[in-house]
Write a protein that binds this ligand. Structure first.
Ligand SMILES: O=P(O)(O)OC[C@H]1O[C@](O)(CO)[C@@H](O)[C@@H]1O
Length: 241
């Protein structure tokens, strides 16, 4: 694993944004795997600025998102569909029909999971996957205990995750308790992974990710077995390493 230590979240966003924009310019048909949460927002702002100033084009890029809440309509500001439109897609020249997010309102969720896997396969897999990390070690919404061989599936969110994500909602009771998430095996098939983290609250998680035992109790630990992972994190998040 390659670790890039930066001063703060602004520098992290710039470093990650530059890497991603460069890869898009090198391969205009790249398949990007995209993440939500607070951490990647600055990176998306960098990509938008780079698109405006340098003209990096996303017209032939495809994207697949990691996860989506179940039970929120797409139009809800807290759905990841809305998050991606607001924070990224509406500001790029990406074709909305080439952006894929699991449908958390699908009538048949199992079928939706199988369809999502088929979509990723039809795109030829993910070239570059952006990841955040939960304090409990989740990647996407793969909570502790999720099998490493899992593919896109429905998951019940851990109490910790509901508490952590309550900051985006008016109250913890409004946080959905279930989600569709790409599986761990699905994520591991990405050709390249960039994981972002900032702040002291992620320091223990980064320690376990880099130095801990590879165990399903800490899903992100499996990244030790992937051959092309770059962690971009600030000094606080890397303070235990
Ligand atoms: O970036 P944040 O908001 O700390 O979230 C970390 C992780 O948690 C999630 O938001 C899911 O809870 C992921 O999408 C993200 O990678």
């Amino acid at each position: 694993m390659k670790i890039i230590k930066v001063a703060d979240s602004t520098e992290m966003s710039k470093t990650a944004g530059e890497m991603i924009a460069e890869k898009v310019r090198a391969n205009p048909e790249i398949v990007l795997g995209l993440a939500t949460g607070g951490t990647p927002v600055g990176t998306y702002q960098y990509l938008i600025e780079d698109h405006r100033k340098k003209g990096t084009s996303y017209s032939r890029v495809s994207s697949v998102n990691l996860d989506e809440y179940i039970g929120l309509p797409k139009t809800d500001p807290n759905s990841y569909y809305s998050f991606m439109k607001t924070n990224l897609f509406d500001h790029l020249d990406i074709n909305p029909e080439q952006t894929f997010i699991p449908d958390g309102s699908a009538a048949d969720l199992e079928e939706e999971c199988a369809n999502y896997e088929r979509k990723i396969a039809a795109l030829g897999g993910v070239d570059l996957q952006l990841l955040g990390i939960g304090r409990n070690g989740h990647i996407a919404f793969n909570e502790p205990g999720t099998p490493f061989e899992s593919r896109t599936h429905v998951i019940s969110l851990a109490e910790d995750t509901i508490k952590d994500n309550a900051r985006f909602f008016s109250s913890p009771e409004e946080v959905p308790t279930k989600a569709i998430t790409m599986g761990i095996a699905t994520i591991l098939e990405s050709k390249e992974i960039i994981l972002l983290a900032t702040g002291k609250s992620k320091a223990e998680a980064l320690y376990s990710l880099v130095k801990g035992e590879v165990t399903e109790d800490f899903p992100a630990s499996i990244l030790q077995r992937h051959g092309n992972v770059t962690i971009i994190a600030d000094e606080d998040a890397l303070s235990l390493i």
